[in-house]
Write a protein that binds this ligand. Sequence first.
Ligand code: SAH
Length: 527
Amino acid sequence: MTTSQSSSPIPCGKVYLVGAGPGDPGLITLRGKYLLEHAEVVVYDYLANPKLLGYVPKDAKLIYAGKKGGGLHAFTQQGINQLLIDHAKEGSMVVRLKGGDPFIFGRGAEEIEELVREGIDFEVVPGVTSATAAATYAGIPITHREYTASVAFVTGHEDPTKKSSNISWEKLATGAGTIVVYMGIKTLPSITKKLIEYGRSPDTPVAVVRWASTPQQFSVEGTLATICEVVQKADIKPPALVIVGDVVKLRKTIDWFERRPLFGQRIVVTRTREQASDLVVKLEENGAECLEYSTIHIEPVEDYTILDQALGEIDSYSWILFTSLNAVTYFFKRLHEKGYDSRKLAATKIAVVGRATGEELLKYGVRADLIPEQFTGKGLAEALLQTEVKGNRILLPRALKATEILPEALTDAGAMVTIAPTYQNIPPQGRREELRDQLEAGSVDMITFTSSSTVSNFLSMLGAADGQELQRLLNNVRIAAIGPITAETVRDNGLSVDIQPERYTIDDMVQAIVCYAKDNPSQRTKG
Ligand code: SAH
């Protein structure tokens, strides 16, 4: 989409105070997203969803400004102000990203006042504040003609029983129909006590919503008289909002977010390709929280000597063979880097292992001369052997490590095969600890596998010492496999399959998971 903004250059040496919204990254404004996409420096808070940093250019500087409402502050407020000033003075386009709306209990104005004092240019972009999001995502309209026509946002940061409190609880108790309290978990006992003391009925409904609009959203309900006990029992910690008023009654009709079929399910999605996963999008649409583990990471090889030499004398080759999508991608990447294009391949025939690889090749304007009937390396070898390969040069651009079946079969038949390492598979071991921690903590409901290689790569990434440890780690974790071959690989590894769709498509797999979850709610032992 083009906006009028995209043509106007973003001025440098300016600070944009941007509201990140309450938690769901989809709730940032278009203006906020646009600014993130053009940022040179981003100073972000604990409450701003880190997924939003995905919009920021790769070379931008990211600075975590720390946690609010308890815990360690990475920077003091003065330190944050200074960061903004220093970077703006260096001429950078700085985005200060704050949770919710920057001007609602966000100390945004303090940062701006400091910028004004220093003569630094600024702009403020509002955000969806957590009060409206928490109410909406908990099924509570904060105003309603039949219940209330007024709403008050207050902070519970200060204990209302303290003399220093600058909120007039006496007037507030009956003066506003709906009262939404930010930062009110610690002080909830004194807040409820004061409201009752100043005339609000102890039966007034109250809801408390934690991590609103995120997959971790958790909400409870009670009355002014009971909510403290409910919160204590549920062990609710910040960040959470307290919503007081008769509108809370509407929750039983309007609650929609937490009623989605996969809400509360934490699902590990394993992938072998780099592309964004259709499966993740569809599971999230149904309310699941997805933990994505890409079990293989593809990178260029360090040494392109063989491929470069082959490209230089490509006309002397009869065939180029592509045995994977990645081979096509990285081959053309290198071809382009060397200053050539597809015309360079005009005199050479091209064979691909299967239809998908052929389609990838077409993206570069090249149609495969040969696609075997059986989409495997062996199938490709057999198809090629039907042609005259003896004495011919054949180029095989492929992964650094691969099986030798194809080149051996061709060499045996008298072909001169050049194996050119073109890309490499790197198991991303970096996240092994994180994955193990999640499983040890019992905080995963399900793992999905969409191919046999996702199963084997996942298990090697997990690195369980033996079958017993594997069983222990995956105890209580359900396994979904897309089809019979994937399921067989799961079982070959001593595990059982709980969910398997009849048809082997992502849509059917999601449907099968939804059906399963309806009958089997989350059995997770820990959040
Ligand atoms: N500027 C922010 C508020 C910052 S004060 C805004 O407009 O939302 C921090 C408090 O906001 C937290 O203690 C909590 O009460 C509330 N809060 C922020 N995000 C929240 C979320 N996702 N769910 C529930 N409460 C949230």
